[in-house]
Design a protein around this ligand. Structure first.
Ligand code: SF4
Length: 316
């Protein structure tokens, strides 16, 4: 029933159409349905100029302290007005969706306003990545009708989760019940030696809660951790090869090495596929990149052009 309500409130915008090197893609943000007409060859002059998907870290603030966190620990946060301007640019230039994260995006005071703007004034799909613990009835009410998909971070179950996240797993279950009444949701699961033993229980829990997706995030090295080790990487590959659960698996591009993946848009890579904007307003190819381009007065698409040129020059 919640999905029907969402689909009705989003129905003002029909399926979005995006042209690119792989053909014509149609996307329905209410259901997540994608259709690709790859038999159609589109001239480069008509390709969408925006990345297909852009992540925006609204704030670096977070009330948890996970040891493998890669978010910068400064107090940066983005202005609502600035973000809204970028949403308009992305909408005009063929982007399909934006993901708001952080830090913890629910700590940003303008979150509901930004999501409402994106849903009502653009055709962009809106995704939120969150630890989930701030989802009470008030937050759900503020975001109702303004979010299409929620990604909830859950590394391990029970005692493992509680040791790593410092929060109650029982409370997380209650928060997921609130979240699933708001929008479709998936689980983001950082895989490392500590969390791998809980992987089967984690995906079973996700199925029980009604998750639409289980995203594997092999841990990446940060200044505080050395990332997933080779033994756990091998064990993860074997686990994936034997997986037969009901919840679809996906894997982060940066950690996909050696795992079976399917990418129907394999000609749409790099900045055609994805970009990240940090809470200090720096545009990067991914959140793991150290360097980027500040998004200035001339706007996001101009910054994208500059970043593309600097990436090409870096490859020379
Ligand atoms: S919840 Fe996310 S942003 Fe917060 S400390 Fe953990 S990994 Fe970092």
């Amino acid at each position: 029933m919640a999905m029907q309500n969402c689909a009705q409130s989003f129905s003002r915008f029909p399926m979005r159409v995006r042209a690119g090197p792989s053909g014509i893609q149609m996307f329905d943000r209410a259901t997540g349905l994608n259709v690709l007409f790859d038999e159609i060859s589109v001239p480069p002059a008509l390709w969408a100029t925006s990345p297909r998907y852009v992540s925006i870290a609204l704030t670096n603030a977070c009330d948890l302290a996970c040891s493998y966190c890669y978010a910068p620990k400064d107090a940066a946060a983005l202005d609502v007005e600035r973000v809204v301007g970028w949403l308009d640019e992305l909408d005009r230039n063929g982007c399909l969706g934006v993901g708001f994260g952080g830090g913890e995006p629910t700590l940003h005071p303008g979150l509901a306003e930004i999501c409402r703007y994106a849903t009502k004034n653009t055709g962009l799909a809106v995704t939120l990545t969150t630890h989930g613990h701030r989802f009470d009835d008030a937050l759900r009410a503020a975001l109702t009708g303004s979010i299409h998909f929620v990604r909830v971070s859950m590394d391990g179950v029970g005692p493992t989760y509680e040791a790593l996240r410092g929060r109650s797993f029982t409370v997380l279950r209650r928060r997921l019940e609130t979240i699933r009444s708001l929008a479709r949701f998936g689980i983001n699961y950082v895989v490392n030696a500590r969390t791998f033993p809980d992987l089967t229980a984690g995906v079973q829990f996700a199925a029980e809660m009604g998750a639409a997706e289980f995203l594997l995030l092999p841990e990446q090295p940060t200044r505080n951790s050395c990332g997933i080790d080779s033994q756990t990487t091998r064990a993860l590959r074997q686990w994936v090869s034997l997986y037969s659960g009901m919840v679809p698996l996906s894997v982060s591009e940066v950690g996909a090495d050696g795992l079976p993946t399917c990418d129907p848009l394999e000609r749409e890579t790099g900045l055609r596929a994805y970009a990240f904007i940090g809470a200090s307003g720096t545009l990067k190819r991914s959140s793991f990149d150290v360097d980027g381009i500040p998004v200035g007065e001339r706007g996001l698409m101009r910054a994208l052009d500059v970043l593309r040129i600097s990436c090409r020059e870096g490859q020379k």
